[in-house]
Ligand binder design. Structure first.
Ligand code: AMP
Ligand code: MG
Length: 490
C-alpha cells in the first residue's frame, strides 16, 4: 500500500498518554494492513464531536486509517495488556484483536481512546486470528449507539470498514474492523494485570494515571481509596441503568468492566423482551452466571477483585487494607439499590418517596414475570394509558395493582400531565430488540443492503421521542420454541 498523506483538515489530534505508562502494560505495534478496505458506516455526529471532519474521514486516506493500513499523524499504536477473571477463572488476556491508535484530543480538551477492533494479531492473540466479522462489528455499532441514545454510559462506535478479507468461523464470513471510542479502555482487568505482573510502584503509576484521567476533581486523604469509592459508585449507577432498560451484558468478566463506568464489549449482550430475571442469551453462559437478575451481584464480585488489586495502596497494614476494601465494596448494593429505586419511581411517574414504593414496584415486576409480559411495553402501556390492548390488563391481579398505583400517584400531589411527562422521559419507546437487530444485520451482511440498518439506527437514536415510526419497532418477536442465543468470540 503506497504511503499517502492524511489531509490535516481531517482533524486528527493525537496525544499518547497511555504509551507513557510502564512498558509492561502494552506492546507498541501497528495494525496489520488489509487487502481492500471499504467504508461501511461512519458516525458523522460523533466524528464532529471529536473535532473530526466527516467529509474528509470518508476519503480513501482515512478509510485506510480505519482499516489499519495507514497510521494517522501523531498516533503511536499499541495493544494493551490486561488480565481478567473469565467466568470466575483468572487468565492473562490483552488486546488480542485490537490496537489503540492513541487518544484524540476533542475540541473540549477531553481525551478519547481511538481503538481499532479486528485489526490483526498481537502478542495477546493466543490462538485467535486477531480479526472480526462484519456482522458482530455492525451489531456492536448498533447496540452501543442504542445504549448511548438511552442515556447509558458506553463506549461508542465511530466507523465500520469491511476488509475485503474473509475470516473463518463456523462458516466463512466477511471481515471488518470497528473503530471503537471510549473515555479509556482501562479495565478492572488492567489493574489485575498490573497487580499481578508489576511492582507496587507500577500499580501506583497506573492508579495515579487513572485518577488523573477519570476522577481528577476529588478531594481525598488517600487517592486510591477515593478511586475505589468512585469506581464503585459509577458501576452501581451503570448496572442500575442496565437493569432499568432490560439490558443483559452477557459476559461480565473483569476484563469487560471499565474503570470509567462505561459499558464495554458488546459480544453476547441482548435486551430482554418478556420480564424474567433468569434470562440468559449467551450460548456459553451455561450456569447463568451473567443472567439478567445476577448482574448486580456479578458487578459486586468484580469490584471485590478490583479492590483486591488496590490493597497495597490502601494501607501498609494488610488486615486493615482488607477491612477498608470490604467496607467499600459492601456499599455497592446500597448505591445500586438507590439508583434502581430512583429509576423505577421515574418509570412509574413518581416524584416523591414513600416507604411502600419498592413493594409496589416488585408487585408489578412479579406480575410481569408471572404473566410473561414484555418489560419495555408494559411500562409503555402504563405511560400512555394503553391498558386495553392486552388481556393482561383486564386480569384482576393487575387491576388491583393499578388501583394501588393510581392512589399512590394521587397522593403525591402532582398533575397527571407531570407524571405522564416523567414517564415519557423514563420509558423508552424502543430498545434494540434482538429480532430487529438480526433482521437489519442479515440484510446488510447477506444482501449488502443497508437500508434496514440505517432505519434501525434512526429509530434507536431517539428512544424517548415516542415517534410514530417507532411503533413498528416496539413489537416483541413472535413466540418461538427456540430462544434467542448470542455467541462470544465473534
Ligand atoms: P471478549 O470475549 O471479546 O472480551 O475477548 C476475550 C479475549 O479474547 C480478549 O483478550 C480478546 O482480545 C481476545 N479475542 C477475542 N476474539 C479474538 C480473536 N479473533 N483473535 C484474537 N484474540 C481474540
Ligand atoms: Mg473483552
Amino acid at each position: 500500500m503506497p504511503q499517502v498523506q492524511i489531509p490535516p483538515r481531517t482533524g486528527w489530534n493525537f496525544k499518547n498518554t497511555y504509551a507513557q505508562l510502564p512498558e509492561f502494560l502494552y506492546t507498541k505495534l501497528n495494525p496489520t494492513p488489509v487487502k481492500s478496505p471499504a467504508l461501511i458506516i461512519l458516525n458523522e455526529k460523533l466524528a464532529e464531536d471529536f473535532g473530526l471532519d466527516p467529509a474528509t474521514l470518508k476519503n480513501l486516506e482515512n478509510v485506510n486509517v480505519f482499516a489499519g493500513n495507514e497510521i494517522p499523524p501523531g498516533a503511536e499504536p499499541l495493544a494493551q495488556a490486561y488480565a481478567g477473571h473469565q467466568f470466575g477463572h483468572f487468565t492473562m488476556l490483552g488486546d488480542g484483536r485490537a490496537v489503540l491508535l492513541g487518544e484524540q484530543i476533542t475540541p473540549q480538551g477531553e481525551l478519547v481512546d481511538i481503538q481499532l477492533k479486528g485489526s490483526g494479531k498481537t502478542p495477546y492473540s493466543r490462538r485467535g486470528d486477531g480479526r472480526a466479522a462484519l456482522g458482530p462489528m455492525l451489531r456492536e455499532y448498533i447496540i452501543s449507539e442504542g445504549m448511548f441514545a438511552l442515556g447509558i454510559p458506553t463506549t461508542r462506535s465511530l466507523a465500520v470498514v469491511s476488509t475485503g478479507q474473509p475470516i473463518i468461523r463456523e462458516t466463512v464470513l466477511p471481515g471488518a474492523i470497528l473503530t471503537r471510542t471510549a473515555s479509556s479502555h482501562i479495565r478492572v482487568g488492567t489493574f489485575q494485570y498490573a497487580a499481578h505482573f508489576g511492582t507496587e510502584e507500577d500499580l501506583k503509576i497506573l492508579a495515579d494515571y487513572t485518577i488523573q484521567r477519570h476522577y481528577p476533581q476529588g478531594e481525598y486523604d488517600n487517592p486510591y481509596l477515593y478511586l475505589l469509592q468512585e469506581v464503585i459508585k459509577k458501576q452501581a449507577s451503570l448496572i442500575a441503568q442496565w437493569m432499568l432498560v432490560g439490558f443483559v451484558h452477557g459476559v461480565m468478566n473483569t476484563d469487560n468492566m471499565t474503570i470509567s463506568g462505561e459499558t464495554i464489549d458488546y459480544g453476547p449482550c441482548a435486551f430482554i423482551d418478556t420480564y424474567n430475571l433468569e434470562t440468559v442469551f449467551s450460548s456459553i453462559d451455561r450456569q447463568g452466571r451473567y443472567a439478567y437478575g445476577n448482574q448486580p451481584y456479578m458487578a459486586a464480585w468484580n469490584l471485590a477483585r478490583f479492590a483486591e488489586t488496590l490493597l497495597p495502596l490502601l494501607s501498609n497494614d494488610k488486615d486493615k487494607a482488607i477491612k477498608i476494601a470490604e467496607f467499600e465494596v459492601n456499599k455497592f448494593f446500597d448505591f445500586y439499590h438507590q439508583h434502581w429505586l430512583t429509576g423505577m419511581r421515574k418509570k412509574l411517574g413518581l416524584f416523591n418517596e414513600e416507604p411502600n414504593d419498592e413493594s409496589l414496584i416488585e408487585d408489578l415486576l412479579n406480575l410481569m414475570e408471572k404473566h410473561q409480559q414484555d418489560y419495555t411495553n408494559t411500562f409503555l402501556a402504563l405511560t400512555f394509558n394503553k391498558t386495553e390492548d392486552s388481556p393482561f390488563y383486564q386480569n384482576t391481579e393487575f387491576l388491583k395493582w393499578q388501583k394501588q398505583w393510581e392512589q399512590r400517584l394521587q397522593r403525591q400531589g402532582k398533575s397527571k400531565e407531570d407524571s405522564h411527562h416523567l414517564m415519557r422521559k423514563s420509558n423508552p419507546a424502543v430498545i434494540p430488540r434482538n429480532h430487529r437487530v438480526e433482521e437489519a444485520l442479515q440484510k446488510a451482511v447477506e444482501e449488502d443492503d443497508y437500508s434496514l440498518l440505517h432505519k434501525l439506527l434512526k429509530v434507536l437514536a431517539q428512544p424517548y421521542a415516542h415517534l410514530p415510526e417507532q411503533k413498528e419497532y416496539s413489537t416483541p418477536p413472535e413466540p418461538t420454541s427456540c430462544p434467542y442465543r448470542t455467541f462470544c468470540g465473534t
